[in-house]
Design a protein around this ligand. Structure first.
Ligand code: SAH
Length: 356
């Protein structure tokens, strides 16, 4: 039975399904979930991410990680963690650049947090003979050593709940069935009332909350507060508390309705950075938020692009296009945010002057 048919059967039996369960099944169902069965990243796949735009992205993240490690006092060992490493391009580029910092790669106990079996295989291939460990979630990565963590376009995969403002209050949006037995959005009959955290909004507004994102914020915050370290998250998301229905499916680089083809498209929601960072802060960590463009510029992407162009003059135009794509305000530069969660007393490269 296809994932869609199984969803329809489950809803028929149990009633309309919270959006976070729908999203989790579409992404991770072992027999039909997108990442579990058919993840297609890159030019010829469904979507493209910054590490696939240019090697400069992963290289600068690698230099960032090495500099954080140095500022931590060059601990050996330390846990170098990537969450949601995709096809392994980012970690491979980061380690290559990180070799410039003497002792960094040798001190790293490398962990990749990944649920997808096909992507784990691609990550192993990209790493070659670099030793690595895999975990299904962060809690499986042993505590007790400083943490340097990176994650690009990972938080947007964490399932969200949706609430819709009605004339009488907030109601939870669920995935149900229409008269023809097809998947459709509806509202839970009971009101969510003045659920904590829901802002004032006009009727029709949609507000998203991700319990998994908030739980991860708490766990990362507690972890760096206890063990020391920093965790960098780059993703498409909001910098302020605001409403918006951002659930989005992408297939073959084109958007489609989130209910159209469950499991056959990537399904994401904009990241609630204010909520994520607030929970990390409550757990005892320091936090800061900037834009992808702002971070990369401070980390020296301009000089890196110039050096690559000098070494390879025939590619200069392409390198400049890639640079613009990563940092320009009307491309990825402003839409994508960079957030850091870190231990007290650590200055984070690239976040100088950024807001907590
Ligand atoms: N960081 C990569 C890939 C982004 S795609 C890049 O920038 O190109 C999202 C990645 O997160 C995939 O590797 C996917 O399998 C993984 N992922 C999604 N949800 C996850 C979860 N709950 N736990 C662990 N990994 C997850």
């Amino acid at each position: 039975m296809s994932l869609k048919d199984r969803l329809i059967a489950e809803i028929g039996e149990d009633g309309p399904m919270p959006v976070d369960r729908y999203m989790a099944l579409c992404l991770h169902d072992p027999r039909g979930g997108y990442y579990a069965t058919r993840p297609a990243l890159g030019e010829s796949g469904d979507f493209i991410t910054a590490p696939k735009v240019s090697q400069m992205f992963g290289e600068l993240i690698g230099l960032w990680a090495a500099e954080v490690w140095r500022r931590l006092g060059s601990p050996k060992p330390f846990r170098l963690v990537e969450m949601g490493p995709g096809d392994g391009t980012l970690i491979a580029d980061a380690l290559r650049a990180g070799r410039a910092a003497s002792g960094f790669v040798e001190a790293a106990d490398l962990w990749l947090v990944e649920t997808s079996a096909p992507l784990r295989a691609r990550q192993a291939k990209a790493l070659g003979d670099t030793p690595a460990n895999w975990a299904r979630e962060l809690d499986e990565v042993p505590a007790g050593a400083p943490l340097v963590l990176i994650a690009n376009e990972f938080l947007d995969c964490l399932p969200v709940l949706q609430f819709e403002r009605t004339a009488r209050g907030w109601a939870e949006r669920r995935v149900g069935l229409n008269a023809d037995g097809e998947l459709t959005f509806g509202l839970a009959p009971e009101q969510a009332g003045a659920a904590p955290g829901l802002p004032e909004a006009p009727a029709g507004a949609v507000f998203e909350v991700s319990p998994e994102l908030l739980s991860l914020g708490w766990r990362i915050g507690a972890r760096v507060a206890e063990d020391g370290g920093a965790a960098l998250f780059i993703d498409y998301g909001r910098a302020r508390v605001e409403c918006g229905d951002t659930l989005q499916a992408l297939r073959g680089h084109a958007k489609e309705g989130p209910l159209q083809s469950p499991g056959e498209a990537d399904l994401t929601a904009h990241v609630d950075f204010p909520g994520f960072l607030a929970t990390a802060h409550e757990a005892g960590a320091k936090t800061a938020l900037t834009t992808q463009g702002g971070l990369l510029i401070k980390l020296g992407v301009g000089a890196r692009a110039a050096a690559l162009s000098r070494a390879n003059p025939a590619n200069a135009e392409r390198i400049d296009r890639q640079l613009q794509r990563l940092v320009a305000a009307d491309q990825m530069g402003d839409l994508f945010k960079a957030a850091v969660v870190h231990s007290d007393g650590l200055e984070i490269p690239g976040f100088e002057g950024a807001d907590g």
